[in-house]
Design a protein around this ligand. Structure first.
Ligand code: OAD
Length: 252
């Protein structure tokens, strides 16, 4: 995309937003890339040197919980030193403008949206900061300090990260609310996601097709993705630069 094309696309996106009563956002790993958090889909098919099924599935955890905790320990330490970037902050500015009529649905588990100041956040894939006890089911916010490679609950049960792994369902209430917000919005911003993981990516057709006329879809990404064919406008560039420009154009 040339600088002129990007500028025209930002204007078009701002025009959609100006007349929107309700706004929803779907974010993925790309929104945190400029905070130094690696995205998922590297070309080697590995996730920081691991096969995804070894570190992000119930079977992997059953086979080798220590490996899984070492992996998540590394990810927790990485997030502990990360700060929200201007893309996260621009989404806070949008929430300030739309208030109750704004919802941010995130696939990210890093908590950087909340660190930036976002309040209406639906974490559909869980959080790196929380643990889930396999014995008493208690979910606890443990922050980002070290937990070791075999953390236990106060009840003596084994803890796992409170993250949705491959083969698992999404948290029912949160996912239901995300679908409702997507179906009710007038604009859906899709930021920094490859849009290949379902059901998260299905929020895009839900936003477009549940009502007539459907929501306008604005994609913000480095490149075109699976979502691009459903987007009314694509802003192709780093979200940490593009989103602040969009907010500025809106006059928010
Ligand atoms: P991916 O790694 O699949 O995609 C990241 C997207 O961000 C890609 O489309 C990149 O082009 C884009 N990107 C990279 N840097 C960017 C930047 N600075 N600005 C804008 N876009 C940028 O990550 P997700 O789509 O989030 O699930 O992956 C979805 C799910 O797959 C994750 O939530 C995770 C994973 O399995 C679970 O852990 C359950």
């Amino acid at each position: 995309m040339t600088p002129e094309e990007l500028d025209a696309a930002i204007s078009k996106a701002a025009d959609y937003l100006k007349v929107a009563r309700r706004v929803a956002v779907l974010t993925g790993a790309g929104v945190s890339a400029e905070s130094g958090i690696p995205t998922f889909r590297a070309s080697d098919g590995l996730w920081e040197g691991h096969r995804i099924e070894d570190v992000a599935s119930p079977d992997g955890f059953y086979r080798d919980p220590k490996l899984v905790w070492q992996f998540y320990g590394g990810r927790r330490a990485n997030v502990a030193t990360a700060k929200p970037n201007p893309g996260h902050l621009a989404l806070v500015a949008l929430e300030d403008r739309w208030g109750e009529d704004f919802t941010l649905v995130t696939q990210n588990v890093d908590g950087l949206h909340q660190d930036a100041g976002s309040r209406r956040v639906l974490e559909i894939h869980g959080s790196l900061r929380r643990t889930l006890c396999l014995k008493c089911d208690e979910v606890q916010d443990r922050g980002l300090g070290p937990l070791g490679d075999a953390p236990e609950c106060h009840c003596g049960g084994r803890l796992r990260p409170d993250i949705v792994w491959f083969g698992e369902g999404l948290p029912v209430d949160i996912w239901e609310e995300a679908q409702i917000k997507a179906s009710e919005c007038d604009v859906l911003l899709v930021v920094g996601t490859s849009a290949v993981v379902h059901p998260a990516a299905s929020l895009i057709p839900i936003a477009r097709q549940t009502r007539t006329p459907g929501a306008k879809v604005i994609e913000v990404n480095m490149t075109r993705t699976e979502a691009s064919a459903l987007a009314d406008v694509g802003l192709y560039g780093p979200s940490g630069q593009v989103l602040p420009r969009l907010v500025k154009r809106l006059g928010a």
